[in-house]
Every structure is written in structure tokens, then in C-alpha cells.
Ligand binder design. Structure first.
Ligand SMILES: [Fe+2]
Ligand SMILES: [Fe+2]
Length: 337
């Protein structure tokens, strides 16, 4: 068994105030309770998934090719033959789902920590409910990878670094910032894109279910942090700015796809260059950040320091900045059907 210890020093907060409630969080908790599903019985696990088999691209969307740009003179994928492209599609899917699984474990442990560290009862309740969601997400992705794909990837270095940063932190708002706002904000966008790119019905069904839960989780972060940074002193705020900038850098680097290039036999440096400069890959990364940026803006963290850094990373352009309640509403309304 391989484990990976991360040390930190945290303070467990009890509260003796069982009456002072926060209505928005209480409502989210109610929604969480009625939106539980069972990965064993609600997913149709029966279809076979033949890893590596050539398969027509789905006709209901642009598919992987349309999203990350296979073609074009510079593209190392464009130079592969049909068998090579098929292999790339499967490796990409396996890599994405593997990173989802590792990220879900990060969400499980980070959110379990929030149960202990957040000061108020409604946030503890909701975090406990979310932790149950995350256990189910790890369960579903791990079963898919072990039983169906039989092919997985270790955690990527940037994701490992980011989870280490989040779990080394002792301040509870930074746990939320790292997990609910950054990691889960990115996951929400990545799941949506994944379902256009993935090639079999099981992973699409799992991801549909997971995505509904994630909208609530992001709303949990936004509701919990709203207003917190408005009158924080500048030294404390600078810590949050740095955390957010570092996290964004690591998340951007994650999607340069080092591990996938290596697996399909493309020179890693050439693959990374392509990923950095291909316009569709750039658009892909902007889409991945399109939920994060508006939420940071809502929280007052898209500051004069953070914005140019994001611009330089090429992750700002697509993000529109909606009004301050849109995402929380989305989380609250998801899963009513
Ligand atoms: Fe999750
Ligand atoms: Fe989540």
C-alpha cells in the first residue's frame, strides 16, 4: 500500500451554539441530503469498455478533436496515424479520469477537515454532507478505472503539489479557497468538457451525477467566504492573493499534459509547446477557469495583483463576471429534478 503523508497543524473548533443558523447554508444542506445517490445501484455498470478500440467520435458535440485541436501544422497529434490518434484519445480519457479520481480524494480529505475547523454549525453540517458526496465520487471513479478501463495514471505533479499546499494550510478559509473555489471550480468546468470528450456511456453517466454534486460544493465555498475578505488587513489578504496565484499556476500547468505526451510517445517538450501555444488548447484552459474567475471576483480576490497574473497565464479571457448570486443559486437549484 502506498500512502502520502502531509503534515499540518490545525485547530479543532467546537461550537456550543446550536441555535444561531445560517439560512443559505441550511438550505444547501437540505438540498445535499435529498440529492444523495448510490454509485453501486444508480450507475449502469453493465456496458463493456474496450480500452484502445477505435470508436466513432460522438456525434452530439465537437469531441476531443474539436476541443483540443488535433490538426494543424504544429500539432504533434496531427502527425500521428489513425491508430496513434485512437491511442491518444484513450490515454487522454484515462489521464483525465485518473486526475478526477485523485482530485476527488483531495476533496474528501479537505472537506472532512472543514468539519473540524470551521466555526459554525451549519458549515460543519454541510461539510459532513459534502464529505459523503466525495467518498462516493472517489468510489465511482476508482471502480470505473479498475474494472472498466483497467488503465490509470498516478497523480500528476502539479495536482499533487496543489493538494499538498491545501492540506498543509491551517487557516480554514484557505482550505475553502483551495478546494471549493479553485479545485472544484475547475472540476465543474472539466466535467462538462469531459462529457463532450469521453467515449463511453458509463463515464458520462458517472460524470453527470458528480457534476450535480459539484455545483453545490462550489456554492458552499462561495456562501461560506462571501464578505470575509472585504475588511481583511492587507498582509492577510496578500497571503490569499499569493495562494490563489500559485494554485492557478499549478492548475494551468496540469493541463500541459506532460504525462499523456510521454505515454503516446510524443516528445514531452514538443507536446508542452503545442499545448501552450495552440489556440484551441488555450481556449480549453480558459474554459477550465471560466467558473473560478467570476467566483474570485465575487469574493474580492480578483485584485490588481491577481488579475495581471491570470492574464499572463491566459486564463482570463473567457470568464464573464456575472452578478454575485448566480453560482450560489445554481448550486441550490441543482438536483431538484
Ligand atoms: Fe467531488
Ligand atoms: Fe466536490
Amino acid at each position: 500500500m502506498s500512502t502520502y503523508p502531509v503534515e499540518s497543524q490545525i485547530v479543532t473548533e467546537f461550537t456550543w451554539d446550536y441555535a444561531d443558523r445560517r439560512p443559505a447554508l441550511a438550505k444547501l444542506y437540505e438540498k445535499g441530503k435529498t440529492s444523495q445517490w448510490n454509485a453501486t445501484t444508480d450507475i449502469d455498470w453493465s456496458p463493456e469498455v474496450n480500452f484502445g478500440e477505435a470508436r466513432p467520435q460522438s456525434s452530439d458535440g465537437p469531441g476531443l478533436e474539436g476541443i483540443i485541436g488535433f490538426a494543424g501544422g504544429e500539432s504533434p497529434i496531427g502527425r500521428l496515424d489513425d491508430a496513434g490518434r485512437t491511442q491518444f484519445r484513450w490515454e487522454f480519457q484515462s489521464w483525465m479520469v485518473s486526475q478526477f479520481m485523485h482530485g476527488e480524494q483531495g476533496a474528501l480529505v479537505a472537506t472532512a477537515r472543514l468539519v473540524e475547523t470551521v466555526p459554525d454549525l451549519d458549515a460543519k453540517f454541510y461539510a459532513a454532507n459534502q464529505a459523503a458526496d466525495e467518498a462516493r465520487h472517489v468510489e465511482a471513479y476508482a471502480r470505473y478505472l479498475n474494472e472498466k478501463l483497467r488503465h490509470s495514471y498516478p497523480i500528476s505533479d502539479p495536482l499533487k503539489a496543489l493538494l499538498t499546499d491545501i492540506m498543509s494550510e491551517s487557516r480554514w478559509d484557505i482550505t475553502y479557497l483551495g478546494m471549493q473555489i479553485m479545485v472544484e471550480g475547475l472540476a465543474l468546468a472539466a466535467f462538462g468538457l469531459g462529457n463532450v470528450m469521453f467515449q463511453d456511456p458509463i463515464i458520462r453517466q458517472i460524470t453527470d451525477y458528480v457534476m450535480r454534486d459539484e455545483a453545490r460544493h462550489v456554492a458552499f465555498g462561495v456562501l461560506s467566504l462571501q464578505g470575509l475578505y472585504d475588511d481583511m488587513d492587507s498582509a492577510e489578504l496578500a497571503d490569499r492573493e499569493e495562494f490563489v496565484m500559485d494554485a492557478a499556476q499549478l492548475m494551468r500547468d496540469r493541463f500541459l499534459l506532460d504525462d499523456v505526451w510521454e505515454r503516446v510517445g510524443i516528445d514531452v517538450q514538443a507536446g508542452k509547446e503545442f499545448a501552450l501555444h495552440n489556440p484551441l488548447m488555450g481556449l480549453f484552459r480558459q474554459m477550465l477557469f471560466s467558473k473560478i474567475v467570476p467566483n474570485l471576483n465575487k469574493l474580492g480576490l480578483l485584485t490588481d495583483r491577481v488579475r495581471p497574473h491570470f492574464e499572463q497565464l491566459g486564463i482570463l479571457q473567457l470568464a464573464d463576471l456575472p452578478d454575485s448570486t448566480a453560482d450560489a443559486d445554481e448550486g441550490l437549484s441543482t438536483g431538484t429534478g
